[in-house]
Design a protein. Structure first.
Length: 115
């Protein structure tokens, strides 16, 4: 049970680091700029979406590694192997949904802008 607490703690630290990093990076760029046009707003939203996508992919990879670790430590126990398979499937589905969501946005933008 202790190893799960450690893994949760590591996941929490990674997630918090990923969430705080954009603020720290933007703090080094000087004063924030005022959004003056609609394009500025779209660029700002695009930056937020890019950060969210990167964070989601990092978390998904962490879950993939955790599922692989669960497989390795299952020691032939069918219940643990089943749980590890479920974790692996969920991680792969999360990556697939993230990539599809990103792709759909790209396709819709191309259709709207006519590029």
């Amino acid at each position: 049970m202790e190893k799960f607490k450690l893994i949760k703690l590591i996941g929490l630290v990674i997630t918090l680091t990923a969430l705080v990093s954009p603020a720290l990076i933007s703090a080094t760029n000087g004063a924030p700029t005022v959004l003056k046009t609609g394009q500025d707003l779209l660029n700002f939203i695009s930056k937020i979406v890019n950060w969210m996508f990167a964070i989601l992919m990092i978390v998904a990879v962490v879950f993939l590694i955790f599922a692989a670790f669960s497989f390795l430590t299952a020691a032939g126990d069918p219940e643990k192997i089943g749980k590890a398979k479920t974790q692996l499937i969920y991680a792969i589905v999360a990556i697939g949904v993230a990539v599809l969501a990103r792709g759909i946005v790209f396709v819709v933008q191309n259709i709207i802008t006519g590029v």
